[in-house]
Design a binder for this molecule. Sequence first.
Ligand code: UDP
Ligand code: MG
Length: 343
Amino acid sequence: MSATTADRGGDPNLSIVVPCYNEAAVLRALYTRLAAACAAAGESEFEIVLINDGSRDNTWEVILGLCKHDRRVTGVDLSRNHGHQLALSAGLALCRGRRVLVIDADLQDPPELLPEMMRLMDDGADVVYGQRRSRAGEGRFKTLSATGFYRVLQRLADVSIPVDTGDFRLMRREVVDLLNQMPEQHRFIRGMVSWLGFNQVALPYDREARGTGETGYTLRKMVRLGLDAITGFSTAPLRFATYLACSFLVIAIMLAIYDVFALILGGTVRGWASMFLALLVFSSVQLFCLGMLGEYVGRIYIEARRRPLFIVKELYRAPGAAASRLPEHGLVAERDLVPEPGK
Ligand code: UDP
Ligand code: MG
């Protein structure tokens, strides 16, 4: 496609990118199941990129252990918790495979779907995304909010973002390279991939319950992801103020007529309740619209700062593979780029 995809002789056929936040307990099982899935897909030349997103448990130690056990495992240690989407961005920027599988660490997305995904890609798909038919082990709130959110997003977004999909997907190198070139700071990666286009194919699956541990997505992080998705892919909320203003204009005219009549009939004091109500309604609508504007203005400010997306504190790659690619929108602390020989 472009010069960036040329000359990658030594690159593995497949990269598997896994953001990890407090996932120490599940990582070995993940590694075993991933390796088995690769074998089932007939892939021996793969790399697994595990990104430690500032975990508070011993995730990094477990990752280092896996790196030392198998040279196909690369460990990336971010300098702090950057959040799922940025950890994923770091992995996508550093991986080298001709195809890239993105998967959560907690085994909610079955690695066993890999052979089927590879087959669909052999048949011409550029992106194969997992689409959740069901979600096991997740509370009513999470299921309902996710179901509602993906449908609202689909109505508002400027591009069609398939409902009930996460970041579990297999992508061609061309798509990953393009994704890596997109500079936006607020990254809703599944939306960015949809925006890119190409031939995208859904693979329906049943989402399993978490292996162990608990979700790293707090309510706060979920709201943030939702806002990034909506503001990143739609300007419809900015038009909200106009729609609201139009509908409230009708109410305001009716109130004005009522006021005039009340004045004529001498019942002015009775109008206090409606006055107060109108005041409440209009001021909260104004605040809401201001907040909406603030969301966009804040994002413009952050985009304008152009900070790097992520900071890699330490990078553990098998000798020979190291430093073959530097991320475009992130920084890597130089001292740790190449592991000591025999380490
Ligand atoms: N994750 C991360 N940083 C965070 C939160 C989550 O890298 O700040 C990772 C986490 O380890 C997992 C994936 O993102 O591999 C999805 O997170 P989680 O399973 O907690 O989300 P859920 O499945 O509950 O939506
Ligand atoms: Mg999960």
